[in-house]
Design a protein around this ligand. Structure first.
Ligand code: NAD
Length: 424
């Protein structure tokens, strides 16, 4: 896993606005009534607070913390905490909105949430990071908990950050409550298989769709953008299944090798140097060239808004599997549809992480921990049974997999909301 600060794209339009565009398309397919649309396009709760903290130098600074609990119809809110200088309420709200549909699409008993702190972890010592995390957790004590809202890691937050969060919460409530967050280290209630889960999920979904497209793994060329937690583990698992990884990239550039990149070599390089800079296992090209390179399957596993109208027109892959959240703009999505390029949408393709987070939460509550093989087997069951439902909706409604995934997810949330009733 990389510790480098992830770059995010410059956004001059509302991320939440883009997210709503996908929702509306599926809401139209479902002929969702105006009242339910209004309810589901508003977050249940947005919390903004100040995080005063003391630098190691003794100076005081104040950062802004956010937690958005988007929807609780199917269970406690669930979603990561992001530490990044460009965190905004708009972004956190969009991410919490996505989490609502992601949890629903794989049928987890959770709603959607997300949080963040507007800070630059590159400028913080470990002690400063710990103080910010503890203050962030302390501000949220009343509104988080295993039955209320269960945070997890996201950009620049690690298992260690989750450990500090869990400890602070447990201190405040005077009980050990590991199930308040997921993505913890194994020693204090983490789940086996969590680290690789998102990459594993990407691979499970991709291989299933490849079989549907009659694309044999040993005949498939794969390109992966981003060589962090998601991209690296996906690459490894694709290779194990006999696929050829022809291109990889990270923030330093992209590497292409039509004969196949040796993934272990790239992983060793990244572990030793922190990035792929200087990697000799492929020809160095730009990230833009990588997206337009010859391949069968393309996995964006880095950033939001990678596919725009311009980049989408150049894609040569037959299948895109969205490891990253929000890599495709609505314009690019239209182009992929017109060009017959199949896209497994983010809310399905990268749901492996939150699914194993759910397993972690369940194991914490039982106080009984599963073997890794059991985690992986259950993960595959959850992902494939729901991917197959999405495919059958897509076929019967002549819709894209994305519209079908949103349709399935929205339908599940609407059913839960209607059964509970709107407490108005
Ligand atoms: P990470 O920080 O571990 O890795 C990100 C990778 O992207 C790094 O290799 C980085 O160098 C690379 N990158 C950054 N800017 C780039 C650029 N301009 N061009 C090419 N590569 C670039 O992050 P991660 O956990 O692997 O997450 C990647 C994406 O997957 C994000 O969109 C994240 O929200 C999403 N996601 C992650 C998880 C998870 O469990 N980690 C779960 C669901 C979704």
């Amino acid at each position: 896993m990389t510790t480098a600060l992830r770059e995010t794209s410059v956004r001059d339009v509302s991320v939440f606005g883009d997210a709503i565009a996908y929702f509306n398309e599926a809401a139209d397919l479902l002929e969702l009534d105006a009242g339910m649309r209004r309810i589901l396009t508003h977050p249940s709760r947005q919390i903004i607070f100040s995080i005063p903290f003391q630098r190691d130098s003794g100076e005081f600074e104040v950062y802004t913390g956010y937690r958005v609990q988007y929807n609780f119809a199917r269970g406690p809110a669930k979603g990561g905490i992001r530490f990044h200088p460009r965190v905004t309420l708009d972004e956190v709200t969009a991410l919490a909105f996505w989490m609502t549909w992601k949890c629903a699409v794989v049928d987890l008993p959770f709603g959607g949430g997300k949080g963040g702190v507007t800070c630059d972890p590159r400028t913080l010592s470990a002690n400063e990071l710990e103080r910010i995390t503890r203050r962030y957790a302390a501000e949220l004590v009343e509104v988080v908990g295993p039955d209320k809202d269960v945070p997890a890691p996201d950009v620049n937050t690690t298992p260690q950050v989750m450990a500090w969060f869990m400890d602070t919460y447990s201190m405040h409530v005077r009980q050990n409550i590991p199930g308040v967050v997921t993505g913890k280290p194994l020693e204090i209630g983490g789940s086996r298989g969590r680290v690789e889960a998102t990459g594993r999920g990407v691979t499970i979904c991709a291989l299933d769709e490849m079989a549907e497209m009659e694309l044999r793994p040993d005949n498939a060329a794969i390109v992966i953008q981003g060589f962090g937690n998601v991209g690296m583990h996906a690459a490894k698992l694709f290779e194990e299944r006999g696929c050829k990884i022809v291109g990889i990239s990270d923030v330093t550039g992209a590497y292409y090798n039509a004969e196949g990149i040796y993934v272990n070599g790239a992983m060793e390089h990244a572990a030793k140097f922190g990035t792929l800079e200087g990697f000799k296992g492929g020809e160095k090209i730009t990230n833009g060239e990588l997206l337009a390179s010859d391949c069968d399957v393309l996995v964006p596993a880095a950033l939001e808004k990678v596919f725009t109208a311009e980049t989408a027109a150049k894609v040569k892959a037959k299948l895109i599997v969205e490891g990253a959240n929000g890599p495709t703009t609505p314009e690019a999505d239209r182009i992929f549809r017109e060009r017959g390029i199949v896209v497994i949408p983010d809310i399905m393709a990268n749901a492996g992480g939150v699914t194993v987070s759910y397993f972690e939460w369940a194991q914490d509550r039982m106080g009984f921990f599963w073997k890794e093989a059991e985690v992986n087997e259950r993960l595959e069951d959850f992902l494939l049974s729901n991917l197959h439902q999405i495919r059958s909706i897509a076929n019967s409604r002549k819709a894209t997999l994305r519209a079908a995934a949103y349709t399935l997810a929205i339908d599940r949330v609407v059913k839960a909301s209607k059964l509970r009733g709107i407490y108005a």
